[in-house]
Design a protein around this ligand. Structure first.
Ligand code: NAD
Length: 520
């Protein structure tokens, strides 16, 4: 479609191609509104997932650089928190306009570093942009409460920023997830240190450039890089008051427990295994299309990817029809016209996905569609896994128990809706789930009895827009889900309450003896 083509300026700056980059530039830190070359001695090579050619080297930012980022954010906080809400709102208006103008450029960076198709990368940017656009309403979102609690006495509440906060981001949404944090953290008056994923920081770097252009003062947004060492620095640095994390359970559970033990607020969205129950009375064509798109879009590397089907009754016979639709998906380099399925992030990830497919075979499941060994002709060296469907899966199998995070759909069969609900509720993850049915009463029962925190009724990926919150639960979020991202809870996460109780008596006190008891 025409609107998906890059604007000329973006093309000049960021070629829409997987061609080998002749002299790849190193990724820099972003400190005090400037791009600063790192003095790192350790570097992480970042390859185009479609070709495995080098795109950039990402530094393991040095201790001095990490400290400098927090120094900068700490300095900036003193004045930023006093900036009027209207001034912050004006900057946010400009920021959203600039993100929209640079939409194609951001998406191109995502396709090059992360691998998803250009059309899908545009969605990655848009979902983040919508959080920023919603944050422009901060002038009405930050109001507190006031109540006259007794004669002449009133209590009022305010929401105040925390100080320096940090974000640690995953590889799968290089624009959206930084944008779950940047707008809300800053518009509420905090200053932010971001560590993008070391596997694709490019979009976050563009977001930093645009933040400077939008008028964010020096130090309000700083970017550092690296892997575990940077994460450990963030968790242990006492001046960082809160951490936003999105990523795997392995990293997130560690960050949540150590960050919390260090007295920080932590919000941590983790892994998933999202199920859909398919009922015989559903709109079959809609269901099969929706399932195919949600299972294989973004090569299954979405935390809300629909990775698990629970086929109720006769619908188990529909799985070959899903395979037909999946076969029609075009796997190609993300910049190619008509590409629908890009590569997975790394050779290691491809290997892990293929091992999980092999384990299913060994455990007796049916590989109905096998994506192993497929590759587009033009890109023989990429990390390709074609759409794969595993049927007759049982809950004890490894391919069911683990998050696959690839273009692999696993299908289980049950006889009744009761069994479907029990099976889904027995799963330890609770990010999202869906039901396909035309029956209002079945859907109503499902939405009430199902435990997963985000429920779609004939909607395969029920991620709420930013006026709501991202409400995964169980093992898909650390800390029992007390701190969810964006929406009102996101605003509360980045602010602390202050209450002020005042007494203004209209007449002078007459008692001459002080009371030491609590008033009753
Ligand atoms: P990841 O956990 O490997 O990496 C996330 C971040 O943590 C990165 O910045 C990385 O540098 C850091 N990190 C990685 N391992 C670490 C460790 N052992 N100790 C300290 N830090 C570490 O996750 P990923 O592979 O980038 O992202 C995919 C995962 O993210 C999937 O599990 C997916 O379900 C999850 N995810 C969840 C949501 C959600 O909202 N629930 C959204 C997107 C992705």
């Amino acid at each position: 479609a025409q609107h998906l083509r890059p604007v000329a300026a973006a093309q000049a700056e960021y070629p829409m191609s997987h061609a080998k980059i002749q002299s790849p530039a190193d990724t820099q830190n972003f400190l005090d509104n400037k791009f600063v070359p790192s003095k790192a001695t350790q570097w992480i090579d970042l390859h185009d997932p479609a070709t495995n050619e080098l795109v950039t080297r990402v530094p393991q930012s040095t201790d001095e650089e990490l400290t400098a980022a927090v120094d900068s954010a700490e300095r900036a906080f003193k004045t930023w928190k006093e900036t009027s809400l209207l001034a912050r709102q004006q900057i946010m208006f400009k920021y959203t306009a600039l993100i929209r103008e640079n939409w194609d450029r951001l998406a191109a960076s995502i396709t090059l570093e992360q691998g998803k198709t250009f059309a899908d990368a545009k969605g990655d940017v848009l979902r983040g942009l919508q959080v920023a656009e919603t944050a422009c309403g901060i002038t009405t979102q930050m109001t507190g409460e006031v109540l006259q609690v007794a004669k002449d006495m009133e209590t009022r509440s305010y929401r105040e920023p925390l100080g320096v906060v940090a974000a640690i981001c995953p590889f799968n949404f290089p624009a959206m997830i930084p944008l779950w944090c940047i707008p809300i953290a800053t518009v509420t008056g905090n200053t932010l240190v971001i560590k993008p994923s070391e596997r694709d920081p490019g979009a976050c770097m563009i977001l930093a450039e645009l933040a400077e252009k939008a008028g964010f003062p020096e130090g309000v947004i700083n970017i550092v890089h690296g892997a575990h060492k940077t994460v450990d620095f963030i968790i242990d640095e006492p001046r960082i008051k809160a951490i936003s994390f999105v990523g795997s359970n392995q990293a997130g559970e560690y960050i949540f427990s150590r960050g919390s033990a260090n007295g920080k607020r932590v919000q941590a969205n983790l892994g998933a295994k999202n199920h859909a129950a398919v009922l015989p009375d559903c709109n079959k064509n809609h269901a099969l299309n929706a399932i195919t798109g949600a299972a294989f879009g973004a090569a299954g590397q979405r935390c809300m990817a629909l990775s698990t089907l629970v086929m109720v009754g006769e619908t188990k016979d529909w799985v070959p029809e899903i395979a037909e639709r999946a076969k029609a998906i075009r796997m190609d380099g993300g910049f190619e016209e008509g590409a629908e399925l890009g590569p997975v992030i790394s050779p290691k990830s491809k290997q892990r996905i293929e091992e999980l497919i092999a384990s299913a075979e060994e455990e007796g499941a049916t590989i109905l569609l096998d994506g192993r060994g497929q590759k587009p002709e033009k890109y023989p060296n990429g990390n390709w896994v074609g759409p794969t469907i595993i049927a007759n899966v049982k809950p004890h199998m490894k391919c069911y128990k683990e998050e696959i995070f690839g273009p692999v759909l696993v299908c289980l069969n049950v006889d009744t809706i009761d069994e479907a609900i029990d099976l889904i509720n027995a799963n330890e993850y609770g990010n999202g789930t869906a039901i396909f049915t035309k029956s209002g009463s079945t859907a109503s029962r499902f939405q009430h009895e199902i435990e997963a925190g985000q429920v779609g009724i004939n909607v395969p990926i029920p991620v709420p827009l930013p006026m709501f919150s991202f409400t995964g639960n169980k093992k898909s979020i650390a800390g029992g889900g007390a701190n969810t991202f964006y929406g009102k809870p996101g605003l509360y996460f980045y602010t602390q309450q202050k209450t002020v109780t005042s007494l203004w008596k209209s007449e002078d006190a007459v008692a001459t003896k002080a009371s030491v008891n609590m008033p009753t």
